[in-house]
Design a protein. Structure first.
Length: 431
């Protein structure tokens, strides 16, 4: 009998802040070979002991069968590698610009006949202050470009005359001067915040579509600073009116760009319409961790099929998935001294030897122990699944209770909005 000489697939992960550690670790546990590169120096301990780390990813492109880029900014190199015949999950210069340049993203939506909210762009705080004084209303301050990674700068106004926006803009002017670059003031509308996401294989979107509800504030009941995300609830569906009105309209353009990967658009919806807010043209965090809890086929095979341009239906669970970030000081702030004092090398204690639904974020593995590293304080995401939102929540919080991390904190209301959001979306014919 002839021996089977088929080689194990090789995956090269190129990561900005090590956010795809959980995905890389899952792909490795499926029996694939994995190499993992981290660009940011302060994050280079993340993943030690979990996966094989490399310092210069470019030296390993010939070794790799597939290369996965996990953030915006790699679009140009990802496109060149695709053109050279490599299998690549990652953006393009066009999709990078969709996310990083909010005004460009809004113009592209308008170009594709998607209804957008009115906005103005500014490069100085004084010009924005003068604008609000002339045009009093409720606004949202939205930094653009690289500075939008500082989620705390996003501010949602509540005052009808815009007075709170003016106060915040004056405070930013004192703190930032004009170093913030360009930013938007967008008219605020009330409704349900909802994201629709899908995987794109270079030619078309794959089903099912992922529908998510993000919880962005630090504390329960949407209190505190914006963190990017403290947790998410989601479900998978073959059809979505929100998807059809937004992402679906960009399908031909994304195919022309030969985009291969994951794309998400966040919107505010109400009885008057669907208003897209921003693109995420790469994996979302913690979205990808929670998606992984809902995808019931091997992640390595899934990524390979997407990169090869195969047309297939993703095997995803019915029902709901929820996930919460478990974090430690100084999250969500950048404070190396506080991190070193309270959180560096803190042990993640798992009381019962059960790691289902535990997704490592900024951790390293030392002698069998999970230790917190990096600088951000993002320790892990804990996920749960169930046929109802309540059952998914119960499983997630049961798993969180099985984890002990000194000084840790997390939100206790992830998914609670679903009952109200469901009723409103249903009444607006958006489910």
């Amino acid at each position: 009998m002839r021996a089977n000489t088929k080689r194990t697939p090789r995956f090269l992960f190129v990561s900005k802040w090590a956010e795809t550690l959980d995905l890389a670790n899952a792909v490795q546990s499926e029996g694939n070979e994995v190499k993992f590169y981290v660009e940011d120096k302060s994050c280079r301990e993340i993943g030690n002991g979990f996966v094989h780390k490399v310092r210069h990813w470019e030296k390993h492109t010939d070794w790799a069968d597939i290369i996965i880029f996990d953030y915006t900014g790699y679009g140009e190199v990802a496109s060149k590698l695709r053109e050279a015949g490599k299998l690549v999950i990652g953006g393009t210069p066009y999709t990078d610009q969709l996310e990083l340049d909010r005004s460009f993203g809004q113009k592209e939506l308008k170009k594709h006949k998607v209804k957008i909210l009115n906005y103005e762009e500014f490069t100085t705080f004084q010009d924005a202050i003068d604008y609000v004084a002339r045009n009093p209303n409720k606004y949202v301050i939205k930094p653009s470009g690289e500075v939008q990674d500082y989620k705390q700068l996003l501010f949602v106004g509540k005052e009808e005359d815009g007075s709170d926006i003016i106060r915040v803009l004056k405070a930013y002017e004192k703190t930032w001067g004009n170093e913030i670059g360009h930013f938007q003031l967008q008219r605020k509308v009330s409704g349900v915040e909802i994201s629709v996401a899908a995987y794109f294989n270079g030619n078309e979107f794959l089903q099912p579509i992922n529908v998510t509800f993000e919880h962005k504030k630090l504390f329960p009941k949407e209190l505190g600073v914006s963190t990017g995300e403290m947790g998410t609830s989601m479900f998978w569906t073959d059809s979505s009116p929100v998807f059809d009105a937004t992402l679906k309209k960009l399908e031909k353009t994304l195919a022309k760009e030969n985009f291969v990967g994951h794309i998400d658009i966040n919107s505010i919806v109400n009885g008057n319409g669907i208003y897209p807010l921003e693109f995420t043209t790469r994996f979302g965090y913690p979205q990808i961790y929670i998606q992984r809890a809902g995808i019931i086929e091997p992640m390595g095979k899934l990524l390979l099929k997407i990169a090869r341009g195969e047309n297939f239906k993703i095997n995803a669970r019915k029902g709901f998935q929820v996930g919460a970030l478990v974090v430690v000081p100084p999250f969500p702030y950048d404070d190396p001294k506080t991190f070193k004092t309270f959180s560096k090398d803190a042990v993640v204690v798992i009381k019962k030897n059960m790691k289902d639904g535990l997704h490592p974020m900024h951790l390293k593995l030392v002698e069998g122990e999970w230790l917190i590293t990096g600088t951000s304080g993002a320790a892990l995401v804990v996920s749960g699944t169930g046929p109802s939102m309540k059952e998914a929540q119960r499983q997630m919080y049961s798993r969180i209770n099985n984890v002990l991390i000194n000084n840790s904190y997390y939100r206790t209301d992830i998914g609670d909005r679903w009952a109200e959001d469901h009723d409103r979306l249903w009444s607006w014919n958006l489910l």
